[in-house]
Structures are given as C-alpha cells and as structure tokens.
Design a binder for this molecule. Structure first.
Ligand SMILES: [Zn+2]
Ligand SMILES: [Zn+2]
Length: 447
C-alpha cells in the first residue's frame, strides 16, 4: 500500500540554491532569491516567510518586519536586511546572501537611507533574455534601487505594471510570487518592449550618471567595497575645496545645499545623504568609487557640470520656503501641543507651511517632539475608533448572516459564515475577525 512517506520523495524545506551573479551589476536581490527557493521547495512564498523565516528571526526584528509593506527593506542595508540575511543563511546553510542586499554598501552610505523602492520593478527584456537563454529567471538588485529607473543593458524604462492584467506591483513580495511572473494574474512579465520607446526621451544625463554609479557600486569587488569609508568624506570634500579653489559657500550654491550643511559635512559633524553624494560626484565629474574610497589624486581642479534644471528648481523652492513666517509655525506647534488644533502628523504640519519636518525640528526641537507625541496619540485614538466601528459593523453582519442561513434552513457553520463575509470583503480570514465571528455565532446559537 502506498503511504505518504513512500509516495512523496524526501525533500529539503529550503534548498541551498546558488544566488545569481553575485558581485556583479546583475546581482540577484534577496526577495527574488526567497521566491526562487520557495518555488524550488514547492512552497508558496508567504508560507516560507510565515513559517520558516519569521520564526528564525529574533523577537526584536520579527514584529517590525512581519508586515508585507516592509518586505522591500530586506533588500536594503538596515537591521531588517541583516535579520533576514541571518535567518536565511541559517535555513539554507549559505554564507554569501549578504551580497543580495545593499548591506555591503553600508560603509559608504550608513544605514539611515534605505535607497530601495517599496514596489517590485523589472526590465521586461532582461526577463525575456533569461527565458530565452534557459537560465534561471530572477530579478536584479539594481531594479529595486529608487534612483534607478532604466535598464542600462537595454536602455528601456523599468516597469511595475503587468502587461496582461495592467495591475501595478506596489509590494515587493506577495504570497504566491514567482520571479518573472505577475503576482495577480500569473502571466509572464517579460518581452513587452514596443510600448517603452517614447519614455527614452526623459533619460537625462544626471539620471544616467546616478544609474551608472549604482551599477559600479553593486558590481564593485569585495576588496573595493572594503575601502569605502564615509568618515573620509570630510577630507575628500576639503581636498575638493582646495583643488578647485572654491569657497564652501560657493560649493553650497553649486550643489543646491545650505551653507550650514556644507560646513557640517566639512567638519565631519554629519555625512552627506546618498543624494548629495551623487550631486557632488556629478557636478565635479568624480567617479563615485573614487569619491567613496578617497582617491583624492583623481579629483578635478574645477566643477564641470551644473545640476539638471529640475533639481535646481527644487532647490529654489526650498529656499523660498525658508522665508516662511517662523513665528506662525511656532504658534501652530504650540496650539497643537495645547490641544487647540488637531493634526495627524508633524509631516502634515510641515506641509501646511511648505517646509521639511527636519527644518521645523532644527528650529523648534522641543515643541516638535511634543507635537509629534500628541499627533501619534491622536492617530492611535483615531485608529482605535475606526477599529471599534468596524468591529461593530462586523458583529451586525454576522448576526444578519446567521439569521439568513437559519431562515434558509442551513446550519450557520463558522466556515460558511466566514467564507461569505470574506467574499463580501466585510471580514478577513485572520484571528481577530475569526474570534469575533465565532463569539457572536456562539452567543446567537446559545452554544
Ligand atoms: Zn534589461
Ligand atoms: Zn498580471
């Protein structure tokens, strides 16, 4: 007699598949690798994340990244990426999965800026090439970087829209994802090239420079990455200042940064953001690798390029915003703290005055922190009220469904009620809703 044990071949839960093209510009990303090992293990990605990866994470990181909204962060260089790499290395027995994330670049950029886009993007021609060549189909780390909009190999724009069903892939991972296939209609995502021609006009020199720089960084060897050192940026900037005979004020105008922030970079108090590092390298025509490794002998003697018009316009807008009436901002913050005005977030306050939150924080630190706490409390209260209203609505829907089933002579089974409510999008098949349905049903049936 066939039993389950001799009917099914023995299998590893997570096979130790080799990652694709690590240490090259075509390096695979961690989320694509997770999809490939899930497919190889004949398990849905959601199941692998929920039952294998999540339990392998430590308590501190588990809660923070259980949400699907955060899954793109595992390709980045923060604590989430570190936690997932650690968990997957334990599960697969590999030791090179860090190279599928931005973690090797944290020496260059720190861990404050994520640099990865929240949604899934791809180059249809690269996918088609994978398919035609018979190689494993996988998604590249470069496609996840926010600043990269084009495929350098095919000169076409990356897309996040399925050519068949037209849905946007706003999440990095979905429950049944397979590399190269749509998460919603499961059709092939590669090949569609005809519709991309018109977008080529928008590739400007600065975008191409940033994309090439990221290609260099991702494709750089381990020995080069070891030399990345952002603590040397201050020295590199001073060297640039001496070589070009520009003052810090002149450089600040050139880069569209404030004079104060350039002085902070020069003194080493703060590090330039990745966006500002790219601006410096672009304007002075320095290779990003030379700048980050401190090869000062290759620095130019004069600034050679201006920022594109769109970036300069952003700078001008920011300057105008600084002419805001600061006493009005202070008055508004005080009113929020005292409860006279209700705001949902400090970002909303900043937007009201056309400012960045950082600008308000810098000027009114204490008031900003107090307002932030009040806003968070307000959001919590709002959230609880919405949740309570939804629960009340769910209870009345369960009561109506039980009454409907009884009137039809059908037994109001838990599964039947839940199925109907989920189908009508009134409930979701999660513990919280299941508990409510179960409680109300039992009360009504007197069980
Ligand atoms: Zn491509
Ligand atoms: Zn689709």
């Amino acid at each position: 007699m066939l039993t389950q044990s001799n009917h099914l071949p023995p299998r590893d839960l997570l096979p130790s598949l080799g990652p694709m093209h690590i240490d090259s510009v075509n390096a695979e990303k961690l989320t694509s690798y997770i999809c490939r090992i899930s497919t190889a293990a004949c398990l849905p990605v959601g199941c692998v994340i929920r039952n294998l990866i999540d339990p392998a994470l430590n308590k501190a990181t588990r809660g923070a990244i259980s949400s699907a909204d955060c899954h793109h962060m595992v390709n980045s260089f923060g604590s989430k990426a570190e936690a997932w790499v650690g968990a997957l290395q334990t599960l697969t027995g590999r030791d090179d999965l860090e190279k599928l994330t931005m973690l090797p670049l944290r020496r260059a950029f720190g861990t404050k800026h994520s640099l990865v886009s929240p949604g899934r993007r791809w180059c249809p021609i690269c996918l088609e090439t994978d398919l035609q060549s018979g190689d494993p189909i996988y998604e590249r780390l470069l496609w996840s970087i926010t600043h990269v909009d084009h495929c350098a190999h095919h000169d076409c724009r990356l897309t996040n829209v399925c050519p068949t069903c037209g849905k946007k892939h706003l999440l990095e991972i979905t429950t049944r994802q397979i590399p190269g296939f749509c998460s919603y209609c499961h059709s092939w995502l590669g090949g569609a090239v005809a519709s991309q021609g018109s977008s080529e006009i928008s590739i400007n020199e600065y975008d191409r420079f940033v994309e090439d720089s990221f290609s260099c960084l991702i494709g750089s060897s381990h020995s080069i990455r070891e030399n990345f050192d952002r603590s040397g940026i201050a020295a590199s900037l001073r060297c640039l200042l001496d070589g070009t005979e520009l003052t810090s004020r002149r450089i600040s105008v050139f880069l569209g940064a404030s004079h104060g922030i350039v002085n902070d970079w020069l003194s080493g108090k703060v590090f330039p953001s990745p966006a500002n590092i790219f601006r410096i390298c672009y304007c002075f025509d320095i290779a990003i690798v030379d700048f980050l490794t401190g090869c000062n002998d290759r620095f130019p003697s004069a600034a050679s390029r201006e920022l594109p018009t769109i970036l300069r316009q952003q700078v001008k807008e920011r300057r105008r915003s600084r002419e805001i009436n600061w006493s009005a901002v202070k008055f508004h913050l005080d009113a929020v703290v005292s409860g006279e005005i209700t705001e949902t977030s400090t970002l909303a306050i900043a937007k009201r005055f056309g400012l960045d939150t950082a600008q308000i924080y810098k000027r009114f630190g204490d008031e900003y922190r107090a307002a932030s706490r009040i806003c968070a409390e307000h959001r919590r209260t709002q959230h609880l009220a919405i949740r309570a209203a939804r629960d009340r609505s769910l209870v009345s829907e369960v009561e109506a469904e039980v009454a409907r089933l009884l009137s039809k002579g059908e037994f109001p089974a838990m599964k039947r009620i839940l199925h109907t409510l989920v189908k009508r999008r009134i409930a979701v098949d999660r513990k919280r809703d299941r508990d409510i349905v179960s409680r109300v049903r039992r009360e009504l049936l007197g069980l």
